[in-house]
Design a protein around this ligand. Structure first.
Ligand SMILES: [Zn+2]
Length: 352
């Protein structure tokens, strides 16, 4: 069996009650809770058996600089709490890991990476995990190799969050570098990603990998890059058979007129979610919590020695099951990883 925590769910404070509702029976190894408003008092009660990671989430609002790797003390009062107090209050309440309050690195600002790691290195708590938040572009090519070198020199494992303007920024080269960072033990936790990347990180040996419950924590963007328009926007729906988390309207299009629409025992048809209902958003999030928890349990049930092959086969199965007949609309990371793993056969599934 895999070691805890394995595959985790990541959310902000607003989703804690829903996740806690499932937590008693949740087969998840853990949760990642993002935001400075995550308070310590109830967390151990809400998640009695889970590993709890708290992420201050400052990276969502500000860029890092070599002279200011964390938010300056002159920043708004919300952030003006000494780091040691912040960490010890959470740890005393039962939190297992507190991430550093790192900010997003600007493209190719390697001095800011070094400054962030140096600022982390003075916090000695074993519960404090240095975290770097980099744009997708820094994971590929020479930048990716340079980042590997800096992390090797640092010598402590870090959590990694990759931000970008859209999911299409992923390339085979960047995904390969992420695998390398995880395999070398330089990255112990890969956070704010989707089910495809999280399961691949686990299979590559990550201690923890978290799937964002909402798109802002699953496909995180750099500060001040606006997200999808909120009007008419619905959270993605997790479809286990396709390893996809896509908007309900896209899923409905894929399965229009098909007799093989995916369904969930608790939620019914996932291709015909009635978006006119006021509770539609809440229902989708509730489905994602239990369906992703089930997927986490599936992954945890595969012996470590077979996990890599199992995940690889699940990706191939998901891609070939795609309802559009071609794979061109499937999750890009899924297509790229199939191509990497299965060579020429996989390449045939990835349109040029
Ligand atoms: Zn469901």
């Amino acid at each position: 069996m895999s070691q805890l925590p394995g595959l985790m769910l990541q959310a902000t404070a607003s989703h804690i009650p829903l996740m806690a509702e499932y937590a008693a029976n949740l087969p998840l190894g853990g949760v990642v809770l993002t935001g400075r408003d995550i308070t310590a008092n109830r967390l151990r009660l809400d998640f009695p058996h889970q590993e709890i990671i708290v992420d201050p989430g400052d990276w969502r609002y500000s860029f890092s600089s070599p002279s200011q790797p964390f938010i300056a003390p002159s920043a708004p009062a919300l952030f003006d709490v000494p780091m040691s107090d912040y960490v010890s209050e959470l740890v005393d309440a039962g939190v297992n890991i507190v991430l550093s309050p790192s900010l997003t690195i600007r493209p190719n600002d390697f001095d800011a990476v070094t400054a962030t790691l140096a600022a982390c290195d003075v916090v000695m708590s074993e519960h404090f995990l240095p975290t770097i938040v980099v744009p997708h572009s820094m994971l590929g090519g020479f930048s990716g190799e340079r980042l590997c070198k800096i992390l090797r020199a640092f010598g402590r494992a870090v959590a990694l969050i990759a931000v970008g303007e859209s999911r299409v920024l992923q390339t085979a080269d960047r995904l390969s570098h992420i695998r390398q960072l995880v395999r070398e033990g330089l990255v112990s936790h890969l956070l704010s990603i989707d089910a495809v990347l999280a399961s691949d990180a686990l299979a590559s040996g990550a201690a923890g990998a978290s799937i964002g419950l909402t798109s802002s924590l699953r496909i995180p963007r750099a500060p001040r890059v606006s997200g999808p328009h909120s009007q008419g926007f619905y959270p993605g729906v997790f479809i286990r058979s396709l390893l996809e988390i896509r908007s309900p309207s896209v899923v409905a299009d894929w399965f229009a007129g098909s007799s093989s629409a995916p369904s969930c025992q608790s939620c019914g048809s996932l291709a015909m979610i009635d978006l006119s209902l006021p509770e539609a958003r809440a229902k989708i999030i509730a489905h994602n919590v239990h369906a992703l928890a089930d997927f986490a349990a599936e992954c945890a049930g595969v012996p470590d020695a077979f996990l890599k092959e199992w995940v690889s086969q699940e990706r191939l199965r998901a891609l070939t099951a795609h309802p559009t007949g071609t794979s061109s609309q499937a999750n890009l990371a899924l297509r790229l990883l199939v191509a990497i793993d299965h060579g020429p056969a996989g390449d045939l599934l990835v349109p040029a």
